[in-house]
Design a binder for this molecule. Structure first.
Ligand SMILES: NC(=O)c1ccc[n+]([C@@H]2O[C@H](COP(=O)([O-])OP(=O)(O)OC[C@H]3O[C@@H](n4cnc5c(N)ncnc54)[C@H](O)[C@@H]3O)[C@@H](O)[C@H]2O)c1
Length: 276
C-alpha cells in the first residue's frame, strides 16, 4: 500500500494497458501494484483464481483499474483467450509481463518426464504463447514485453536442472524476440532475480535463511517490490533504448566468481602473517 502512494506521482503507464501473469502472489502481485500505481489499466492472470480475486479487490479499493482471469499459462488456448479478453476490454495492449513460473528441485535422475515437461510448459511455453498472441497488438501500440527470468537462467545451480534449463530458454527467447521485433518498435527484456522473499522461496528461506545472508553480498533476499521496480523500469519509456537485455537484480550474487572468499583469507593472514 505504501508503495502505491509513493509511486502515484510517477504515472509512467497512464492510459496504457498491461497484462501481468502470475499476479496472485509474489513478484507478479507486486508488479501489478506498481504498474497500477503508475496508472496502468491491468488485466491480471493466475492459475489460482481465488487468490487472484483477492488481489484484484485490493487493487480496486486503491482506485486501480484491474480485472482478473483464471488462466493456466501452460495452455495455449487460455493464453490466447487472455490476450483477446484484455484487448477487447481495453482496445489496446502496451505491456505484457510474462511472470508466472514454477520451480522444481531434483537431479535429472530424480525428476519424472511429466515434471520436466510441466516446468518447460509453465516457464517457457507460456512466454512463447504470450508473445505470439500479444505481438500484433504490441506492434500496433509500440509496446513491450518483460519476462521474469532468473539468475538460474544465466548460470547453473546444484539440484535445479529443470528450472535452470527453462530459465536459460527464457533468457535466450528474450534476446531472439528482441532481435526479431526491434524494427517493429517492440522491446523485449527480462529481469533475472536472485532469491526473492515470495512463497516460491519460503521453504528454502526457512531452512537456508542464514546461508542466504552469508552468500548474498547484500546480505538478504530481495523483496518482491524490488523486482517489480525493475520490471516497471524495463516496461517504461525510461528504458526506451533497452531491448534484448536480461537485467540481473540479485543483490550482487552473480558479481562473484564463486571462488573462496579471499577477503576472509587476507584477514586471516593479516592476523597470522607467518601463515600459521
Ligand atoms: N522467488 C524467487 O526467488 C525467484 C527468483 C528468480 C525468479 N523467480 C521467478 O519469478 C516469477 C514469479 O515467482 P514468485 O517468486 O513471485 O513466486 P510465487 O509462487 O509467489 O508466484 C507465482 C505465481 O504464479 C502462479 N502460477 C504458477 N503456475 C501457473 C500457471 N500454470 N498459470 C498461471 N499462473 C501460475 C502461482 O499461482 C503464483 O500466484 C517466476 O517466474 C519465478 O520463476 C522467482
Amino acid at each position: 500500500m505504501k508503495q502505491t502512494d509513493e509511486h502515484q506521482a510517477t504515472r509512467r503507464f497512464e492510459g496504457r494497458a498491461a497484462i501481468v501473469t502470475g499476479a496472485a502472489s509474489g513478484i507478479g502481485e507486486a508488479t501489478a501494484r506498481r504498474l497500477g500505481a503508475e496508472g496502468a489499466i491491468l488485466t491480471l492472470a493466475d492459475i489460482d483464481g481465488q487468490r487472484l480475486d483477492g488481489v484484484v479487490d485490493q487493487l480496486l479499493a486503491l482506485g486501480i483499474k484491474a480485472v482478473g482471469q483464471r488462466v493456466d499459462v501452460a495452455d495455449e488456448a487460455q493464453v490466447c483467450g487472455l490476450v483477446d479478453f484484455a484487448v477487447d476490454r481495453n482496445g489496446r495492449l502496451d505491456v505484457l509481463v510474462n511472470n508466472a513460473g514454477i520451480s522444481l528441485f531434483g537431479h535429472v535422475t530424480e525428476i519424472t518426464s511429466e515434471q520436466w515437461h510441466r516446468v518447460m510448459a509453465v516457464d517457457v511455453d507460456s512466454v512463447f504463447y504470450g508473445a505470439r498472441a500479444a505481438l500484433p497488438h504490441l506492434v500496433a501500440s509500440k509496446g513491450c514485453i518483460v519476462n521474469t527470468c532468473s539468475i538460474s537462467g544465466l548460470f547453473g545451480d546444484s539440484g535445479l536442472v529443470a528450472y535452470n534449463t527453462a530459465k536459460g530458454a527464457v533468457a535466450n527467447l528474450t534476446r531472439s524476440l528482441a532481435l526479431d521485433h526491434a524494427r517493429d518498435g517492440v522491446r523485449v527484456n527480462s529481469v533475472c532475480p536472485g532469491g526473492v522473499a515470495t512463497p516460491m522461496l519460503a521453504s528454502v528461506l526457512r531452512r537456508f535463511g542464514e546461508e542466504y545472508e552469508r552468500l548474498v553480498p547484500m546480505g538478504r533476499p530481495a523483496q518482491p517490490e524490488e523486482i517489480a521496480a525493475a520490471i516497471a523500469f524495463l516496461a517504461s519509456d525510461d528504458a526506451s533504448y533497452i531491448t534484448g537485455h536480461n537485467l540481473v537484480v540479485d543483490g550482487g550474487v552473480t558479481a562473484a566468481t564463486g571462488q573462496p572468499n579471499f577477503d576472509r583469507l587476507i584477514r586471516l593472514l593479516r592476523k597470522a602473517p607467518d601463515g600459521a
